[in-house]
Ligand binder design. Structure first.
Ligand code: ATP
Length: 438
């Protein structure tokens, strides 16, 4: 039933579907577009909310050792000086001497992807942060930066959270929000964009426990993707060699997904040691440490950080879900999205547009809406409507027909098997709720 694993057109097909059906639009398109920015359409926002929600549920709601935070996007230079971003958050930039295109030196293997030349300028360090100005007066005191990661908000609020929630390590602070990086070569749809959304968690532990928690979070995060429908064989763990580690890291493992161009980073899990808390303690003069008044125990926790882009994760879920198969002699495109991620969980389809069915279809839809995100589609043949719902990943279609007026039951069709069962209207919400994994 599966399509060949490496369809060379997969990326284009998903990008086209995303635009045509309202998942992702190129930004400012009527003005010719704005490179590397995207807008999330009606189905895209639904799905992105579901990605965030699934992450928050597993990282915060279901745990008693992680709390949430929503920190500011704009920050003063002091934060980014202490974190190391002002000095080291750079990529090596080179210009092709032949066609003048700019590239990230570490991503092109010495060959210009545009013209094939191997002649480049010497690499220069290019800082990826967006600098702006806060307030109406220009000058040093007004400089602000858009955060290039959400992590620093968790470090600068470490003491606030510790005091407010009376936590002790091991405990984590989780955040979802936009980050901004002036990427030299944004590419591959929403894989690498200048404005993107991250889901990050900083988990503070006693230094001696750091290695164990680091391994724990790599497995947790790997399993999260598998649970939500990415086949384990499309994922792998890539542990960075010591020489390749970032300035703050004592160990980094990327969870990589097999994107159409090959395995590439989906999520990074890092053991940041005590780097960040010490840097901010020294720079701010505020001691960021854990102190137990009863035992007198005092230490600077180590930090384990799982960090993933929600937009990049959404792209991986779309790619993994995309299938083409044949049902009843007709080929179809189907997104086999987990019901927890699908933009709509249920579509209500009255068999005909006749007014008799209208009231009952509305009733069924409004019952389902109490629990699910529901689409109602009344146009064209039922077969066409099934195909349209398959293509956007709606797991269940509920058909209201003339018999429904008599027996107060509806037909529920499953997206993946196309199997149909008759279910009483009074039971349809419970029936479908029972089919969603928690
Ligand atoms: P790279 O080396 O590819 O530039 P990184 O290793 O610096 O990325 P991290 O700082 O570890 O990336 O970011 C954590 C996660 O945030 C990444 O795994 C990815 O999912 C997401 N992410 C980072 N940069 C971008 C971007 N420009 N666009 C979309 N998602 C991003």
């Amino acid at each position: 039933m599966d399509s060949p694993p490496r369809d060379p057109e997969l990326l284009d097909k998903v990008i086209n579907l995303a635009k045509r059906r309202g998942f992702v639009f190129p930004s400012a398109e009527i003005y010719g577009g704005f490179r590397s920015t995207y807008d999330y359409g009606p189905l895209g926002v639904n799905m992105l909310r579901n990605v965030r929600e699934a992450w928050w549920r597993s990282m915060v709601q279901r745990r008693d050792d992680v709390v949430g935070l929503d920190a500011a996007i704009l920050g003063p230079p002091a934060v980014w000086a202490a974190s190391g971003h002002l000095d080291t958050f750079t990529d090596p930039l080179v210009d092709c001497r032949q066609c003048k295109e700019r590239w990230r030196a570490d991503k092109i293997d010495g060959v210009c992807p545009n013209c094939g030349s191997t002649q480049f300028t010497e690499p220069r360090a290019f800082n990826l942060m967006f600098k702006t100005q806060a307030g109406p007066v220009e000058g040093e005191g007004a400089t602000a930066y858009l955060r290039p990661e959400t992590a620093q908000g968790m470090f600068t609020n470490f003491l606030n959270v510790l005091t407010a929630t009376r936590r002790r390590p091991p405990f984590g602070i989780a955040q979802i929000g936009k980050s901004f990086r002036n990427e030299i070569t944004p590419q591959n749809f929403v894989f690498r964009t200048r404005e993107f959304e991250q889901m990050e968690m900083e988990f503070f532990v006693a230094p001696g426990d750091a290695e164990t928690w680091y391994r724990y979070w790599i497995e947790e995060r790997f399993n999260w993707f598998v649970d939500l429908g990415i086949p384990a064989e499309s994922l792998r763990r890539h542990e960075h060699a010591a020489a390749d580690l970032s300035h703050y890291s004592r160990g980094t493992t990327d969870i990589e997904f097999e994107f159409p161009w090959g395995f590439d980073e989906l999520e990074g899990v890092a053991n940041r040691g005590d780097y960040d808390l010490i840097q901010h303690s020294e720079a701010s003069g505020v001691r960021l440490e854990y102190y137990d008044t009863a035992s007198g125990e005092r230490y600077v926790p180590y930090v384990i950080e799982p960090a993933v882009g929600s937009t990049r994760a959404m792209m991986a879920f779309l790619l993994a879900a995309y299938h083409e198969d044949v049902v009843e002699g007709e080929s179809r495109t189907v997104l086999r999205l987990d019901p927890r991620l699908a933009p709509y969980q249920v579509a209500v389809l009255p068999l005909s547009k006749k007014p008799e069915l209208d009231g009952l279809a509305r009733e069924v839809a409004s019952r389902l809406r109490e629990r699910f995100v529901v689409d109602v589609d009344v146009t064209q043949s039922i077969g066409r409507r099934y195909r349209r719902q398959d293509e956007i990943g709606t797991p269940w279609c509920v058909t209201v027909d003339f018999e429904s007026l008599q027996d107060r039951a509806v037909t529920v069709r499953d997206r993946d098997t196309t199997a149909q069962v008759r279910v009483p209207i009074d039971e349809v919400v419970a029936e479908l709720a029972g089919r969603v994994a928690s």
